[in-house]
Design a protein around this ligand. Sequence first.
Ligand code: ZN
Length: 145
Amino acid sequence: MGADSEWESSFDGEPIAVLIGHGNIIPGLESALKGRVAGDTFEVVIAAADAYGDRQEGAIQRIAKKHFPPGTPLRAGAQTRIMTRFGARVVTVRKVGLTTVDVDLNHPLAGQSLAFRIQIVEVRAATDEEIAHRHAHGAGGQAHG
Ligand code: ZN
């Protein structure tokens, strides 16, 4: 993936609500958002170390095929979400064997600096409930019962 390819955009849809100060987003983005006010528009480039971290060589794990949910695309380069001993992780399939699959535990964006174009739509105080849950509620936030 090139440095200028677009990974994800919310500009065509609803803005995203983020609770700042609780590790919901990558550290570099969190510090870039601090002190911003509604109407701010800016671009920021965040180094890998402040984004998804550097790539760890040797973070390859061999997993039995039966542990992948049915329908998982098992081919080299495919990304899939699996449960690891670190919790649910997005992993990249490296090698598919007869009964096992080698996956790369690095985050797909590890080792990459990330560029963001950001428009601040609204800044508001977090509610007590949001702080207790450690994420934003309401429009653009986490929807749950
Ligand atoms: Zn919640």
